[in-house]
Design a protein around this ligand. Structure first.
Ligand SMILES: Cc1cc2nc3c(=O)[nH]c(=O)nc-3n(C[C@H](O)[C@H](O)[C@H](O)COP(=O)(O)O)c2cc1C
Length: 442
């Protein structure tokens, strides 16, 4: 069965969503708004909801542009998901946390706690962070080079996974008669000593109901793919076309096999922004209405960040300049540059095409059109599922749940009921057996 994740973003994923009349004022800060979205997603039997994150609002150079964007003010994702966990029952809860600024113990504890609170529905989206202003929130002026950030991220993931493994599943016996709370033979120190971290353990929380929270990642570069193939269970993709997406999935599978992993235990979910309406013409109308709301300064800034070149002052009707590979974001840079060259687009045309969905794929059409597209990607091995990015919340999500989900269910491509209780069970991922039980650790 196809997997569906819902990428939640304030009033909607379209860069101009907050300007649309249907979007509630203050959407990104409203608990009621997020509760409505999570409830709708669960009604639509989505596998998981997902929150991205950034550790900064904007830098001084960006003020003039970001005053037009809604992403400058966001609630911390794990905090939001903790609240949503008590309002939902089945849906997975995935939050972003960067490996570049803090210690792994903190992240291991945070997500183990979310997993406990939610009864086994937590996931961690591991990012290395790339927004240029983020270091300024952490007593630094610049990011470490991408290779260094990925080296730290790899060790960070090892420590987090190791800490999640410091207790066996049945360590806490609570033997009241003999006064023994846990069995020390089922506790294991981590004793990690690496280049970046030295962590003894154990973690101060029991093993997770799902073995450990699901690990999610979106890196597209060589280092990103390697890390994903070694440690990750869900991968967000950015590919715009079926063939590169299929190649990306095959590449991850081949790398996973080299790490001794079963490729079926990795779900690859490219992002899609769907504009769906009962008829094609109505869907087109919705799409054009949203595009007309993109402020040009914002559109230009969004692609400048993606390709790593400040495009202010360039001729908007000329081509994109040649660019050098940039630190971070190289996956998206490649997607944008390839598209511009392939379709011979001017800067203006590029920003109109990609700024709305921030380089993710846009599909518009009737419910059957959208279902056809998703079905083709799924059946041709380009995706295990999709990271759905509605242009508007809640209306764009309502359209998807009311119109597309029933069509996918009718075609036998998507569940009618949740299969399991945990995120891992619903995604069809194996339960990570404790290393001690596998005989890998004494
Ligand atoms: C769907 C999706 C969500 C992402 N969410 C975040 C995020 O919340 N925070 C962040 O710093 N980076 C985020 N990223 C960026 C990725 O973590 C990664 O840096 C980017 O894809 C470039 O990868 P590369 O450096 O390996 O090319 C996201 C990427 C995608 C495709």
């Amino acid at each position: 069965m196809m997997k569906l994740g819902l990428f939640i973003q304030g009033g909607g994923h379209h860069v101009a969503a907050w300007r649309h009349p249907s979007t509630p004022y203050g959407a990104s800060q409203s608990m009621a708004h997020h509760a409505e979205i999570a409830g709708l997603a669960e009604l639509g039997r989505f596998d998981m909801i997902f929150f991205a994150d950034s550790l900064v609002s904007f830098g001084p150079d960006d003020l003039e542009v970001w005053k037009r964007g809604a992403a400058v003010s966001r609630i911390e994702p794990v905090t939001m998901l903790s609240a949503l966990s008590v309002l939902t029952k089945n849906i997975g809860l995935v939050a972003t946390f960067s490996t570049s600024f803090i210690e792994p113990y903190y992240v291991a504890r945070l997500f183990a706690s979310l997993d406990k609170i939610s009864g086994g529905r937590a996931g961690w989206n591991l990012v290395t962070s790339a927004a240029p202003s983020e270091p300024h929130s952490f007593s630094r002026t610049a990011h470490a080079p991408a290779a260094e950030r990925y080296a730290r991220a790899g060790e960070f993931a090892d420590v987090v996974l190791g800490l999640w493994n410091t207790w066996e599943d049945d360590a806490f016996i609570e033997d009241r008669e003999n006064g023994l709370y846990f069995d020390p033979a089922k506790m294991h120190y981590l004793n990690h000593k690496g280049d970046h971290f030295q962590v003894r353990g154990p973690l101060n929380i029991r093993r997770s109901p799902q073995g450990h929270p699901v690990i999610v990642q979106a890196g597209q570069s060589e280092a990103g793919r390697e890390l994903a193939a070694r440690t990750t269970e869900v991968i967000f993709g950015v590919q715009q076309q079926i063939e590169p997406a299929r190649q990306f999935r095959d590449d991850i599978h081949a790398r996973a096999i080299r790490y001794g992993r079963d490729p079926a235990a990795i779900k690859i979910m490219p992002g899609v922004m769907p504009f769906v309406a009962p008829t094609r013409a109505q869907a087109q109308e919705k799409f054009e209405e949203m595009q007309s709301l993109i402020h040009p300064d914002l559109g230009i800034r969004v692609i400048s960040e993606m390709i790593g070149v400040d495009l202010r002052g360039y001729d908007l009707d000329g081509p994109l300049p040649e660019v050098q590979a940039i630190v971070g974001q190289s996956g998206r840079q490649q997607v944008v540059m390839d598209m511009a060259r392939r379709d011979n687009l001017s800067i203006r045309q590029v920003y109109q095409r990609v700024a709305g969905a921030r380089a993710h794929r846009i599909i518009h059409g009737s419910p059957a059109d959208v279902a056809d597209d998703l079905e083709e990607w799924y059946k041709k091995g380009a995706a295990d599922g999709f990271n759905i990015m509605p242009p508007l919340f809640p209306d764009g999500l309502k359209d998807f749940v009311d119109l597309v989900v029933p069509e996918l269910q009718r075609r036998g491509l998507f569940r009618r009921e949740y299969e399991g209780k945990t995120l891992r069970e619903n995604l069809g991922l194996p339960f990570p057996v404790h290393r001690k039980k596998e005989g890998r650790e004494s």
